[in-house]
Design a protein around this ligand. Structure first.
Ligand code: PLP
Length: 437
């Protein structure tokens, strides 16, 4: 295969130069920079369709970022685009209820067993923020237990680093987050029930909720070990705490009825985002009617939003979820992901590159490690970061777009057909060779 030109190209570089003058770091979300893979201009995107994104220099990439999760149908799905266009022609936002909100709420409640009632918000961060306020208001308790390496958006109280030791009181994860705001946040170890039991032993009757990503997707892709989610359920029940699944990433991706259906563990509260809005800025919080009615206006816990239930977001969400319901999208994806994973493993072996691939539904992650399974944050952090960086750039140069960080999960869509998979595997052959050099 001839060596392609290094990508992205001069137009992306020029836009990056301009962007940095007017926006911190040139991006509107830090996950979009290439800082984690050696820096430089990221690809600036012009358009996307199906499995591919196209940058402003005319390069096409097979895309495994999928807007960081929402695009499970592929980019610019015709039904989603048509629904949004039709709705846009009727007006953008009204500040009064619409039938679209009812339709999406009914779809969510129909698809997700644990949800009887749902409140729409504008992002995954808002969904997580609302979920913990709801849990605190409902239980009358203040403490939240979360896991090191899990991410719940940039909510102050959840932007917390683990201190040293297995069970730690949180320390602020960012300047601007006061210690007082995280004093009620406990941090335990993902996939380690003992660390959770320890927290309940020390603070049992103060813990309002355990907040967990049912598959950890912000430390690459780490599924729960056997018994972990079940153990969280039992500990929460024993101590009167609510179990909150942050399914912003896993919702409708790991399974058409969310990760909770895949693993057979029922949370009290679910935070949704990404796919629920089909690529528009939508989040949602759902639970039993009894828990949800703690929220205003039926209950005392305040929550609101000028643009919540936005008509365009609702239209995109309905057009997306109604295709996912019934399972055809996931059934189409599974054999493609089988082929991709086995193809990647075979090519890594051929080049003598230690690689472990983990997956759950339509998400997956590549770990450059000798370990056959990665279950903890410290094991993710111990993987070969330099190998990932070389692999990332070689894949990009050969027309495959991965998230520019070894801590992000990868996302496949229904539009990743055999041709896209073959293109990816051809690129991977060259990329593993570059890693091995
Ligand atoms: N929760 C999880 C599990 C996420 O992965 C993310 C974003 O990646 C969020 C919450 C925050 O969502 P948003 O970026 O839409 O605010």
């Amino acid at each position: 295969m001839s060596e392609p030109a290094a990508r992205p190209g001069p137009r992306s570089a020029a836009l990056f130069e301009r962007a940095r003058r007017f926006t911190p770091g040139g991006v509107n979300s830090p996950a979009r920079t290439f800082d984690g893979v050696g820096g430089g201009a990221p690809a600036f995107i012009d358009r996307a369709s199906g499995a591919r994104i196209h940058d402003v220099d005319g390069n096409a990439y097979v895309d495994y970022v999928g807007s960081f999760g929402p695009m499970i149908l592929g980019h610019a799905d015709p039904a989603v685009i048509e629904a949004v266009q039709k709705q846009a022609a009727k007006g953008l936002s009204f500040g009064a209820p619409t039938g679209l909100e009812v339709e999406l709420a009914e779809l969510i409640c129909d698809m997700v067993d644990s949800i009887e009632s749902v409140r729409m918000v504008n992002s995954g961060t808002e969904a997580a923020m609302t979920a913990i306020r709801l849990a605190r208001g409902h239980t009358g308790r203040n403490k939240i237990l979360k896991f090191a390496g899990n991410y719940h958006g940039h909510v102050d109280a959840l932007l917390v680093n683990a201190g040293s030791g297995a069970l730690t009181l949180g320390i602020p994860g960012s300047p601007g987050v006061p210690q007082s705001v995280v004093d009620d946040t406990l941090v335990a170890t993902y996939n380690d029930l003992d660390s959770v039991a320890e927290a309940f032993a020390a603070h049992g009757d103060e813990i309002a909720a355990v907040m967990v990503e049912p598959v950890a997707g912000n430390m690459n892709c780490v599924p729960p070990v056997e018994g972990f989610l079940e153990g969280l359920r039992a500990l929460c029940d024993d101590h009167g705490a609510l179990l909150v699944f942050d399914e912003v990433m896993t919702g409708f991706r790991v399974h058409p009825a969310c990760a909770q259906a895949h693993f057979g563990v029922t949370p009290d509260v679910t935070a949704l985002g990404k796919i629920v809005g089909g690529g528009m800025p939508v989040g949602a919080v759902g639970a039993s009617r009894r828990v949800m009615e703690t929220l205003a206006p039926t209950g005392p816990v305040y929550q609101a939003g000028t643009l919540s239930g936005h008509p365009l977001g609702m239209a995109a969400g309905i057009a997306t979820l109604s295709q996912i319901r019934g399972g055809a999208v996931h059934a189409a994806i599974e054999p493609r992901l089988d082929a991709l994973v086995s193809g990647l493993e075979a090519r890594a072996r051929r080049h003598g590159v230690p690689l472990t691939v983990q997956r759950a539904g339509a998400m997956f992650g590549l770990f450059f490690t000798d370990a056959s399974r990665v279950t903890r944050f410290d094991e993710v952090a111990a993987c070969d970061g330099a190998a990932f960086r070389r692999f990332f750039h070689a894949m990009l140069d050969h027309g495959v777009y991965l998230a520019p960080s070894p801590f992000e999960a990868a996302f496949i869509s229904r539009a990743h057909d055999e041709e896209a998979i073959e293109e990816t595997l051809n690129a991977a052959d060259a990329a593993f060779a570059a890693v091995a050099r």
